[in-house]
Design a protein around this ligand. Structure first.
Ligand code: GMT
Length: 379
């Protein structure tokens, strides 16, 4: 099948899911064309049937805001025609589903009918999409999509609660990980570089936005260090990074916290991590936690949004109410206090992650593509 993929090319979870899915589809023999404003960070261009088409937005002084949607839909029309694309898959409703719909309409004028699959990822529904300024356009473009998927049951429920969309429109297709990567012998666990032998390594990965409750991450770690020697790896970049650095200084733990910034070496970092922290205010799924679990890292998380669908309380980690830092510290200590308990939780985390293996999810997307394609051909 010839598939066009639209996504955000950044370190965020939706871009990662889109890229990993595209790579997996290409490995199965599909032709996959990524159309976005920059090469996605995890995109491996060495796979022969992966293609990348950059959307550039010409700047003009009259515009206060550059019209990316226009440039994207024009590019979609060109690429879909040139490569005879059969299915368009857009990740993140804003503005991708809207631009995709415009492209569909322009193509229809020329007698080309292409189905669009929209995958909802979370903030496109709960934080941004729900804003009155965007809501009518988001509702419209979700309803116009030939198929809509959401990355968790919880996100489906949120979408139905917040938007005027019929229940049978949305199919839950959970996010996934490639379990074979956790067995990758080429990844060297260089634990000794990061911590002393008696220290536990605690990790947090995010875009350092308010929704991630970065101050709770630091407070939980502080609570852990009061009982157990540990290091904290802060991976990623975003608006709250400087505040977090300040907070570490104030709490007197700056020597124990390593700010790594954005990294393409997540596998290596998770390989030597003992515990992952995700105390988010809200999370449609929590892909970062799933990636941690795949590497045998138990998770201390909040119980918000779709996280309970991923992290199992008392098995792969523990869940607490949002903001209940002392409960999160108690739970972290339960896991970290002995090598035996830690090993047990590590094994459990891997077992739980395996439920979300990519090999179970890719065929589901293939079926959706086949269905929408057949429907469009019949109409
Ligand atoms: O978490 C973010 O702020 C980034 C955001 C994104 O769009 O990349 O992540 C969302 O999509 C991920 C992939 O489906 C999910 O794993 C995250 O839980 C979700 N984030 C939120 O719902 C806050």
């Amino acid at each position: 099948m010839r598939i066009a993929v639209v996504c955000y090319p950044t370190f965020g979870g939706s871009g990662v899911v889109a890229t990993e899915l595209g790579i997996a589809l290409a490995k199965k023999g599909h032709d996959v064309h990524f159309i976005t404003y920059r090469q996605p960070v995890r995109l491996d261009m060495l796979i022969s049937n992966i293609h990348f088409h950059e959307v550039s937005v010409p700047e003009y002084p009259l515009f206060q805001y550059q019209p990316y949607e226009l440039a994207l839909s024009s590019k979609l029309v060109r690429i879909i025609k040139k490569f005879d694309i059969q299915v368009l898959h857009v990740h993140y409703a804003i503005p991708h589903a809207y631009a995709g719909y415009m492209a569909q309409q322009m193509l229809a004028q020329e007698g080309i009918h292409i189905p669009m699959v929209t995958t909802l990822h979370g903030t496109d529904i709960t934080l941004v999409g729900n804003h009155p300024q965007y809501k009518p356009a988001v509702t419209f473009s979700i309803n116009q999509s030939n198929a809509v998927t959401s990355v968790s049951q919880n996100l489906k429920e949120d979408t139905l609660r917040l938007f005027d969309i019929s229940e049978d429109k949305i199919q839950v297709v959970p996010n996934f990980i490639d379990v074979s990567k956790s067995n990758d012998k080429e990844v060297e666990c260089q634990r000794h570089i990061m911590a002393k032998p008696n220290e536990r390594i605690v990790t947090h990965i995010s875009n350092f936005r308010p929704v991630k409750r970065i101050d709770d991450v630091v407070k939980i770690f502080k609570g852990i260090t009061e009982q157990i020697p540990a290091k904290l790896m802060m991976v990623g970049d975003g608006p709250l990074q400087n505040e977090a650095r300040k907070q570490c200084k104030e709490l007197g733990i700056e020597e124990q916290v390593i700010f790594v910034g954005n990294s393409n070496e997540i596998d290596k970092i998770l390989c030597f991590s003992d515990l992952f922290l995700l105390p988010s205010e809200r999370e449609s799924f929590g892909l970062a936690a799933l990636e941690a679990m795949m590497h045998g890292v138990p998770v201390i998380s909040s119980n918000s949004g779709g996280i309970p669908e991923v992290n199992k309380h008392g098995f792969s980690g523990f869940l607490s109410d949002v903001g209940n830092v002392s409960d999160m510290v108690t739970n972290a200590i339960k896991i970290l206090k002995s090598d035996t308990t830690l090993s047990l939780f590590k094994e459990n985390a891997k077992e739980q992650a395996a439920i979300f293996d990519i090999n179970k999810v890719v065929p589901v997307y293939e079926k959706i593509y086949e269905k929408v394609l057949a429907e469009v051909l019949q109409s």
